[in-house]
Write a protein that binds this ligand. Structure first.
Ligand code: SAM
Ligand code: SF4
Length: 355
């Protein structure tokens, strides 16, 4: 069966078939992506400590719980000192990298704050911590400024490569535009970042054909890293009314895993994250995603007090224990699939360093 996959070039039609696969064929796909992963990026998993900087957002995406029009949340921005404390914590615990994620904001004061955080984080870690930014669409000048201050990677999801679906999720007054998003990815590459994008999987109106096109989009953009995961509904968003059209949980999880598996086969040496949203569908989804293709995990290290206000979707899994115990548990879970954490390593994308 593995040979069957090997023999077929992964054309769009074949991707569509494999996204719909189940049983023996699905197992063969996962076996093949597992082997591809081990051969190209090994069994080490890199940690990125996720810091959710602010839930204030200028935009109004139809799916997101922190969209501008949601008046049911208390808006916050972490203090500079709180971010630096989190960075120190991450560094001391052996996280090789951090991710600074935020609602999209274009003010000069926001850009200045991120700039200061980047510089200080590099300074207090002797340049040893890797920094990924996920702060939405910014001007070319801002991308360059943050890069020159030391940011290494930028994650900006295209969300869906289908312009038609993109327009449904982001009508005009949400201030999003597909062409701008696409151009932002080009700008980020030109600036020099390790370039990351991704999509949501299992959205209302999304077809298997669109998901196959998402995979082709990421391959053609020649990305260095990917963070993609299932769409999870949130009651206080316009998309919630379409929840009955969503694939059932097991199908959504299966699709997300097959997307990871296929992307690993298409792009053997990139970094692929097992994203947090997966865990909403299945407690063991992280291990499942790592086993079949992902090699990055982003444990949330945002001070606990703020977490309840950064709900992009509902039923987000929250830590039951301390951060340390969570990490110990993660280690144990990874051992069950013969993987280990790459402590004190930035875990840069091999694809980027090679090119
Ligand atoms: N504001 C920046 C942006 O949109 O690029 C970065 C932060 S945003 C919260 C990060 C990602 O959250 C988005 O790219 C989107 O894919 C994801 N997200 C938002 N709402 C979601 C939902 N309901 N289910 C799953 N993922 C969601
Ligand atoms: Fe804002 Fe990002 Fe949420 Fe869109 S997905 S509303 S840009 S935080």
């Amino acid at each position: 069966m593995i040979e069957t996959i090997l023999n077929y070039p992964l054309s769009r039609d074949r991707l569509i078939d494999l996204l719909s696969s189940s049983g023996e064929e699905e197992k063969a796909l996962f076996d093949y992506s597992t082997a591809t992963k081990l051969k190209n990026v090994g069994n080490e998993v890199y940690l990125r400590g996720l810091i959710e900087l602010s839930n204030i957002c200028d935009k109004d995406c139809f799916y997101c719980g922190i969209r501008k029009s949601n008046n049911n949340i208390t808006r916050f921005t972490l203090k500079y000192e709180e971010v630096i404390e989190s960075v120190k914590y991450a560094y001391e615990k052996g996280y090789g990298s951090i991710v600074i994620q935020s609602g999209e904001r274009s003010s000069r004061s926001f850009s200045d704050k991120i700039d200061k955080i980047i510089r200080e984080s590099k300074k207090i870690t002797n340049n040893n911590i890797g920094i990924t930014l996920s702060c939405g669409e910014q001007s070319e000048e801002t991308y360059l400024r943050w890069f020159e201050s030391g940011a290494d990677r930028y994650l900006l999801r295209i969300e869906t490569s289908s312009e038609e679906l993109y327009k449904k999720l982001h009508p005009k007054d949400t201030l999003h535009n597909y062409t701008n998003r696409r151009n932002a990815l080009e700008l980020l590459r030109k600036t020099g970042y390790q370039l990351g994008t991704g999509v949501m999987i299992g959205l209302p109106f999304q077809t298997t054909e669109m998901l196959a096109d998402d995979l082709i989009f990421m391959r053609d953009l020649n990305i260095d890293m990917c963070g993609m995961g299932p769409y999870i509904e949130h009651t206080k968003t316009p998309l919630y009314k379409f929840r009955e059209q969503l694939p059932i949980t097991t199908v959504r999880l299966g699709l997300a895993l097959k997307m990871i598996s296929l992307l690993r086969i298409l792009m053997p040496d990139i970094n692929i994250a097992a994203t947090t949203a997966l865990k909403v569908l299945d407690q063991k989804a992280t291990e499942k995603a790592i086993a079949i293709g992902a090699n990055v995990i982003m444990p949330n290290i945002t001070p606990l007090f703020y977490r309840k206000e950064y709900l992009l979707y509902e039923n987000r899994s929250e830590p039951l224990f301390s951060f340390e115990d969570e990490l110990a548990l993660l280690e144990k879970r990874l051992e069950t699939i013969s993987h280990r954490i790459g402590y004190n390593k930035q875990g840069n994308s091999k694809h980027y360093t090679k090119n």
